[in-house]
Ligand binder design. Structure first.
Ligand SMILES: Nc1ncnc2c1ncn2[C@@H]1O[C@H](COP(=O)(O)OP(=O)(O)OP(=O)(O)O)[C@@H](O)[C@H]1O
Ligand SMILES: [Mg+2]
Length: 257
């Protein structure tokens, strides 16, 4: 039950459109809204537009049209204000290989304006995300993908932002690590975070998502609440949508001169 949260969107895509410089229309008027306490999962084949969507929220890209909003703030218009309200979890971006787990947490917590935390709290958060105590003082460069992913989510927890974005967070994790990671996302969702996640893992999406969208060629071709999918085979639904698609590649158009 998530009755304590209002339904005002924390993350919102409004006619979000991206045409890359080479003419590829990667996103075509995409609309969705994610309120506090909900997880929105984007499924879709390679090149569907999932990473482009995430990157527009992070202001790593400029939209051609429309807006990616965080608590009403358009990411490309007020990037700093928008970024302060988002945590992006990635195993590669940002972590320092020569720093230990604790040092990485301390560095990034301070970077996001949290000077109040100490080692004890860092240890608690690392334990919460499932990183064993003996690894807390080891350098990141010796960590496996799953261990780095845990540090990434620990940093997101420390930032305590209302929105969390993840691009294929469970890719390459072993089954137990993938399961634990999804449980962690579930607990963050219950704490009231709005979560946007892209994934190729239909089963995990189904496990944790409040809303599931299927993207294809830059458009959302299906969007359903988890309750609507109850008792239905999501794999079959996905395959049906993919079989019925009209285009096999994104719409490339010549760049107007
Ligand atoms: N920097 C870029 N310049 C030009 N085209 C790009 C660029 N990045 C992505 N694209 C194109 O935009 C479309 C959407 O790509 P995107 O990376 O968003 O897909 P995706 O859904 O994340 O795919 P995947 O599942 O493979 O990660 C693809 O056709 C891709 O080739
Ligand atoms: Mg991608």
């Amino acid at each position: 039950m998530k009755t304590s949260h209002n339904n005002r969107p924390v993350l919102e895509a409004v006619d979000l459109t991206k045409r890359y410089e080479d003419g590829v229309l990667a996103l075509d008027h995409v609309n969705f809204a994610i309120p506090a306490g909900e997880l929105f999962a984007m499924l879709g084949g390679n090149g569907a537009g999932k990473t482009t969507t995430v990157n527009l929220f992070l202001n790593l890209l400029e939209p051609t049209e429309g807006e990616a909003r965080v608590n009403g703030v358009a990411a490309h218009l007020e990037p700093l204000k928008a970024k302060s309200q988002m945590a992006f979890v990635s195993e590669n971006v940002m972590l320092y290989p020569n720093f230990t787990a604790i040092q990485n947490l301390d560095f990034f917590a301070k970077l996001s304006g949290h000077d109040e935390y100490g080692t004890r709290y860092y240890r608690d958060v690392l334990l919460r995300v499932g990183l064993a105590e003996e690894s807390h003082n080891k350098r990141l460069k010796g960590f496996s993908k799953g261990m780095r992913q845990k540090c990434g989510i620990a940093i997101a927890i420390l930032k305590n932002a209302p929105a969390i974005l993840l691009d294929e967070p469970t890719a390459g994790l072993d089954p137990k690590a993938g399961h634990d990671f999804i449980q962690l996302l579930d607990s963050l969702r219950r704490e009231g975070k709005a979560i946007l996640m892209s994934t190729h893992d239909i089963f995990r999406a189904r496990e944790v998502a409040d809303t599931i969208a299927i993207m294809d060629c830059g458009r959302i071709i299906m969007q359903k609440r988890a309750a609507e999918l109850q008792g239905q085979d999501l794999v079959q639904i996905y395959m049906r949508y993919m079989a019925g698609r009209t285009e096999s590649s994104p719409i490339a158009a010549p760049v107007e001169s």
